[in-house]
Design a protein around this ligand. Sequence first.
Ligand code: FAD
Ligand code: DHB
Length: 390
Amino acid sequence: MRRTQVGIVGAGPAGLLLSHLLHLDGIDSVVIESRSRQEIEATIRAGVLEQGTVDLLAQTGVGERMKREGFRHQGIHLRFGGRSHRIDFPSLTGGRAIMVYAQHEVIKDLVAARLAAGGQILFEVKDAAVYDLDSASPKIRFHHGGGLQELECDFIAGCDGFHGITRPSMPSRVRREFSRVYPFGWFGILVEAPPSTDELIYAHHERGFALVSTRSPQIQRLYLQCEPDDEVKNWPDSRIWEELHVRLQTAEGWKLAEGRIFQKGIIAMRSFVVEPMRYGRLFLAGDAAHIVPPTGAKGLNLAAADVRVLSRALAAFYSGNEEPLKTYSETALRRIWRAEHFSWWMTSMLHRFHDESAFHHRLQLAELDYVVTSRAKAQTLAESYVGSPL
Ligand code: FAD
Ligand code: DHB
């Protein structure tokens, strides 16, 4: 039987960053992951890093490529009624901003750092299950390299995402789940084209929401609101461009650069939180414990915030102070619920709802108008978007 201090299920941003932070505190961990290294390094997901996430990656030695290849953005554009309005982050938040750097690039940097430091990541494990969670030595059992293995741990971190096995391993009587499913999805594409904008555009339009983001000077990331049960085959390139042009048009004749679409996918929109995020010696972090709709760009950042709190708490435990571990769930949930509220608010303000009345539509426009004309309201958006320090 193998032994480690912290057994981590899942090599997403939460699991890998936790393993990295624990290593810097001299704490040993083993990460087990059901997919291959190639797969996790190629999965296209989020793109916006909060200032606190950027600072954490840079301060812990995994920010070199991000600083070179990421794009620091000082604001976003809110577009509605055919006009664009800029929200300037530094002037509203005391100098804070965001970085556009793809999640799979963060994953590559973290995997490389862990392996270079002799860290253990076991890829392509099968049938992982967690046991003895309320004992002093919880265990993870899994198949790897053809054999059944058991990993005995002091603690287990459930970083295995929304569909993972750790959250359902908590007895149902101890967990309370809160959720909301939205009546739409996001259709996301990657395009070979030059940028059409210097900063992200979040567009409200009566045909539905649209978002213009970027990945590099040659590759752009765009999203548009679609049906919740939509399928990629319903969206030939011509329909995608038509919708994007209509939803993003401005009175001044803004131009969207087209190009070859080389990736298409649909993202479900939900809000979800489980309380508490701990059972015995199992601690949940990231999407295993909560989901936000992507409109506020919080998913990856919340995962980073959780593991910052958890790694500090575990370091305190090994130095003889158990208190931060006892309050992990409570501490993490304060930030999580604020991000849940922000993501719900941005989603509600910017999307078209099927059952929406003309009255509701006018209310959305009134709120957007308030955001772009009131410093207090703009500051509320900016503060939440750039996030508080980790
Ligand atoms: P994950 O990234 O889900 O990582 C969990 C890992 O655990 C995975 O590698 C998985 O393979 C592994 N795993 C699962 N089950 C097991 C098991 N039984 N055994 C071993 N390993 C297991 N957020 C945004 O803010 N903006 C976006 O545009 C955006 N787009 C997204 C698009 C998609 C398709 C998805 C699914 C999410 C998106 N998100 C977005 C959310 C963001 O990507 C997540 O919040 C973030 O990945 C959370 O990191 P995590 O480490 O908690 O979970
Ligand atoms: C991106 C994703 C988001 O969810 C968002 O709000 C902004 C940008 C992106 O993938 O670039």
